[in-house]
Design a protein around this ligand. Structure first.
Ligand code: NDP
Length: 327
């Protein structure tokens, strides 16, 4: 590890875009094991961090990238050199340097062995987005929403979380309805397993406190008026897993769905999910998806494409997932 130099995308101060810098071993943080990063991914939060938007990076300078997967090169914390590992969330790119970096030193606590079938590429095709989709499914299941219960809606369906929610729900046997703002993506969503595709605008209009009962469950990565609209159309004793705010952080709703229809609103956070919960979610994802399946939802990108793609993801115009090749 002597004379180690590597590239990283780093944000040096608030409101500044990330820059590609060259770092050395002394720039690695404290931690249990050092990883040669092979792949990372692009999430909505990465778009915010890379473009200097507030709310993600909380200490400066900081390396971006909320996900990483790679090979252990300086072992510790129960791992061996050569192990392939994956780390998502865990405050990467918030208070700890993240995955857009040739090497990273990390705490063993939240690190998992890379899923066997998926490997490091597949793990990053899934990444925080796929993990979050699966955490949402586990929450819905915990609320009694099973495959035979009725249709489940996915909002922001062509996004990272949405694509995995549609694909995983469908593979688990749920009837999936997908809401999207991209009117050309019906074939993509049907190919992932959606049986009905709903235009985003139909969920954006102002809604009465209670509407027609349409879905038993929903995985919502949009928030705002869309979530309010969905809540008013959830069937009796249904549940909504809320994980995102791509459409807004305010929730202009009433208590009516909760008190008259027994509806539950379930919060989902992937950043601080316990290692046990992550393991359970990754095991299901590894069972459900093979690398070949993921080629339909993920594209590859190199270092030089990251700044442009970071702006693009914030406009909601990226379909599925972006795997970043860290070489
Ligand atoms: P993406 O950008 O990949 O997907 C978001 C999707 O939402 C878009 O593709 C689009 O889908 C839809 N969308 C975008 N803008 C709007 C809008 N103004 N109104 C309605 N729909 C819109 O992001 P991710 O999937 O990575 O993340 C989605 C959300 O989930 C983000 O808010 C992110 O911060 C959050 N998140 C939360 C996590 C947690 O732990 N709670 C973890 C991961 C993500 P379409 O065109 O199909 O409608």
């Amino acid at each position: 590890m002597n004379n180690l130099t590597y590239r990283a995308y780093q944000v040096s101060a608030p409101k500044q875009e990330a820059e590609l810098v060259t770092l050395t071993e002394s720039d690695l943080p404290e931690g249990d094991l050092t990883v040669r990063v092979r792949h990372s991914s692009l999430n909505y939060k990465d778009g915010l961090a890379m473009t200097g938007k507030p709310g993600v990076v909380r200490t400066f300078p900081l390396t971006c990238g909320i996900d990483l997967a790679g090979t252990v090169v300086d072992a510790g914390g129960g791992f061996a050199n050569g192990d392939e590992v994956v780390l998502t969330g865990a405050n990467l790119s918030e208070t700890r340097p993240g995955g857009y970096s040739g090497y990273q030193r990390i705490e063993a606590e939240s690190v998992l062995k890379a899923p066997v079938r998926l490997g490091t590429w597949g793990a990053m095709a899934v990444g925080t987005a796929g993990l979050t989709a699966m955490l949402c499914i586990l929450r819905l299941r915990g609320a009694g929403i099973d495959p035979g219960s009725g249709p489940v809606l996915v909002t922001g369906a062509t996004g990272g979380v949405g694509s995995f929610a549609v694909g995983a729900l469908s593979r688990l046997g749920y009837e999936v309805h997908a809401s999207t703002g991209k009117d050309t993506e019906e074939p993509y969503l049907k190919n992932l397993g959606a049986t009905e595709v709903i235009p985003r605008e139909s969920l954006a209009a102002e809604t009465p406190a209670l509407g027609k009962q349409r879905w038993i469950g929903c995985i919502d990565s949009v928030g705002g008026a869309t979530l309010a609209n969905v809540l008013s159309q959830i069937k009796y004793s249904g549940a909504v897993a809320s994980c995102g705010l791509a459409g807004g952080l305010k929730l202009p709703t009433t208590v009516m769905p909760f008190i008259l229809r027994n509806v539950s609103l379930l919060g989902v956070d992937s950043v601080n999910a316990s290692p046990e919960l992550r393991r359970e979610a990754w095991a299901e994802l590894d069972d459900l998806f093979a690398v070949d399946d993921l080629r339909a939802v993920a594209i590859d990108a190199g270092w030089e494409q990251l700044p442009k793609l970071s702006h693009k993801i914030l406009t909601g115009s990226i379909r599925g997932r972006v795997v970043v090749d860290i070489t």
